[in-house]
Design a protein around this ligand. Sequence first.
Ligand code: 13P
Length: 252
Amino acid sequence: MRDFLVAGNWKMNGYAAGNTALVAGIAAGVPHSARVKVLLCPPFPYLASVVAQLQGSNVAVGAQTVSEHQSGAFTGEVAPAMLRDVGCEYVIVGHSERRALYGETSAAVAGKFKAALGAGLKPILCVGETLEEREAGSTESVVDEQLGAVIDTVGIAAFASAVVAYEPVWAIGTGKTASPEQAQEVHRHIRALLAGHDADIAESTQILYGGSMKGENAAGLLGMPDIDGGLIGGASLKAVDFLAIANAAAQG
Ligand code: 13P
């Protein structure tokens, strides 16, 4: 049985004063379930202070992106080893906002995934189709290409230390959630794709859903056999909203 991972992607939101209250609220209300792990992904400047505040708790910290390079003349970039150095355990790679707004190709995402693993971080690989792609019937081929580029680069065994997040672009920040059945269909497809390479890895890899997940729809999504948690944007910015999802996981 796979455990649940409930991850908050704060995106470019929050300042020090509010973050302290948010983190304290989340840490105080995290469900006492060995099957649910909670993860917070704040912006770079706050990683170290959120890690410090969460010392002694069982809430993990991750970053929202990472460089594919180790060090050197890459102004503005952050190396995977730096994220480890400040106490990150996870890093999101290939979020659709990075792909769409910053031109990250699947090859670049694969490079980031590889570099993250090399530094001992667990990458959370985001995949997902736009509305246009869904309507054209190409959801599976889009996901296949995004996932395939990473498998080709790092090999299937690498997924023993990684997480996949299915985030349909049309559901991100729109209030339009994929129905549990729509999400399950793609999650099942992703797991089958992994199983085509290695059945054991496919069985143990956590596949998260992301896209307008909130307390009201979490139980339905998390009740699906191939949905192992959530990657949450908007609803991760308020402790009560985020904890509602974590609690739904604890009851799932
Ligand atoms: P929302 O939960 O705000 O739709 O964002 C989802 C997301 O992009 C998480 O990475």
